[in-house]
Design a protein around this ligand. Structure first.
Ligand SMILES: O=C(O)CCC(=O)C(=O)O
Ligand SMILES: [Fe+2]
Length: 510
């Protein structure tokens, strides 16, 4: 789409680094502009001081002063010529070059869509981890104190965009925080950036009104006579509030309750290890070097394997996949839409394709896939199509709860199971959760999560496999997904019959 920026300032680290480069250039440019202004100011001041000298000499002895013919000449020449000239000099713009520089940078600056995306990410983590804007503005994120805070302008913008998205309750909280951050000694600075205290209060009052909180709205307006005079206007807005459905639909998505709830508790340790043992089947090799298997659920079968991917392999996988990371799309075969960018999946990903790799790289992936076969007892025949995907989630990045199967009669070769290899530790957030099973899996470097998307005997879809990735709060999340396909299993389960009772749900979410 044309409105999307070419760069992913929200999701991609390399692009974010470009922001810092530009920001530094723009500050240097502003200093240059100030220097130009300063030169003009200094010159004008010198001129004013020089013009004052004869005026002081004339003070109290005006007639005597004017009877000096040279003074008369000077005065007439000066007043005729210089002021007119000065007027045009004063009109001359100063620092046009610097003004042009900003204009020239404009196409590379973050777009409105970037702002909305990052606002949605902030709102997502705020909701999921039940944080108060006042705490967030002080750098306190879900109990972790960061060395950062949000400015009045940051909080005002959050409030303003959430207001437009008709999220009035959260908008009120952000605007209240902005108001608390108001610092009168900075008022001129805020004005330069086009924000006044009245703007904040007025929008807060409108949010409160829209939210039905007339009492607090009234208190706010009464305290400021200028706004009180406009109260009818604000109340009128309440009746014909035109919310930006565009922003709401495209960026702000409500996380499903059970999903968000599991994410919210995900950082708390859970002592629910069902079983933990050494897996020595099915291969000969495992008897010598068994896997550490943690069984999370017996039915449906969900297991985690610890320390199964080497540090050197992790480094390689990231090195291979990272340069190709692109905003992930969601597949929706049932609606005859191939892939689309969705607010339900805010991550970047890259497909790892056989053809793009060197022999050495292919060998490494071959070895990992043989290990996954030993872990899962399932067969993997390759990674040529949509088998292996590196995923990267940054702040607020998530994957709404979903099924991994395509659930489509014309695409029967479906994903029987999924393995998810965590490539790093996430400081806070980013768990994989199974809302129907009340199960939370915290990412850990080198850990492999394995679950079935189908019932292993009938190959019917198992809706208990509903799962998602929680928004990342602090740090980033890197993982590699390896999907396992049903038809590959005929070599392991030769008596397998095609599923007869497979239920197609075609559950199309609105
Ligand atoms: O990131 C996660 O934890 C889940 C990823 C996932 O479900 C997928 O890629 O299909
Ligand atoms: Fe998935």
């Amino acid at each position: 789409e044309t409105s999307e920026s070419a760069r992913s300032y929200v999701t991609c680290m390399a692009d974010k680094l470009h922001l810092l480069v530009m920001e530094r250039q723009l500050i240097v440019n502003l200093h240059e502009y100030i220097d130009r202004l300063q030169v003009k100011l200094d010159t004008l001041r010198r001129l004013a001081e020089e013009l004052e000298i004869p005026m002081q000499a004339a003070e109290g002895r005006e007639q005597e002063f004017l009877s000096n013919p040279l003074h008369t000449y000077t005065l007439i020449r000066h007043m005729h010529a210089d002021w007119t000239q000065l007027e045009s000099s004063m009109q001359q713009p100063v620092g046009q070059e610097q003004i042009d520089f900003i204009k020239q940078m404009q196409p590379e600056l973050p777009l409105h869509s970037d702002l909305m995306e990052v606002t949605a990410a902030m709102h997502r983590v705020q909701q999921t981890y039940e944080m108060e804007p006042a705490d967030m503005s002080k750098g306190l994120l879900d109990g972790v104190q960061l060395n950062a805070n949000l400015s009045l302008l940051d909080c005002f913008e959050m409030g303003a965009l959430l207001f437009r998205a008709a999220e009035f309750q959260d908008a009120s909280k952000w605007l209240r925080t902005a108001r608390q951050l108001w610092n009168q000694s900075q008022a001129e600075l805020y004005a330069l950036l086009n924000v006044s205290r009245g703007d904040i209060t007025a929008l807060l009052a409108r949010s409160l009104i829209a939210n039905g909180d007339f009492v607090h709205a009234r208190d706010l307006l009464v305290a400021e006579p200028e706004l009180w005079a406009r109260k009818e206007e604000f109340f009128a807005e309440y009746w014909n509030e035109r919310q930006s459905a565009d922003f709401k639909d495209r960026y702000i998505g409500r996380l499903e309750k059970p999903f968000a709830k599991l994410c919210g508790s995900s950082h708390k340790p859970k002592p629910t290890r069902l079983t933990c043992y050494y897996k020595t089947n099915p291969s000969e090799f495992l008897r010598l070097a068994p896997f550490k298997l943690e069984l999370l659920s017996k039915d449906p079968y969900i297991a985690v394997f610890h320390d199964v991917i080497y540090a050197s392999e992790i480094a390689e996988l990231i090195r291979i996949g990272e340069p190709m990371l692109k905003r992930t799309a969601v597949q929706n075969i049932t609606q005859n839409v191939d892939t689309y960018i969705s607010k339900d999946r805010t991550a970047t990903g890259s497909w790892i394709l056989n053809g793009n790799l060197t022999k050495l790289e292919r060998n490494m992936i071959w070895r990992i896939q043989r290990r996954i076969e030993d872990m899962t007892g399932l067969l993997i025949t390759g990674f040529s199509e949509q088998d292996l995907q590196l995923l990267n989630y940054v702040f607020g990045g998530h994957y709404q709860s979903h099924y991994d199967f395509f659930n489509c009669p014309s695409f029967p070769h479906d994903r029987i199971a999924t393995t998810l290899i965590y490539l790093n530790d996430v400081v806070r957030g980013g768990a994989t959760v199974f809302p129907k099973l009340d199960l939370v899996v915290q990412p850990e470097r080198g850990k492999v999560l394995h679950w079935y998307n189908m019932l292993p005997d009938t190959f019917d879809y198992d809706r208990r496999s509903l799962h998602g990735g929680c928004p990342v709060l602090i740090g980033e999340k890197l993982a590699l997904t390896n999907w396992i396909y049903e038809w590959d299993q005929i070599f392991r389960k030769p008596c397998l019959q095609p599923p007869v009772n497979r239920t197609y749900y075609f559950e199309v979410k609105d």
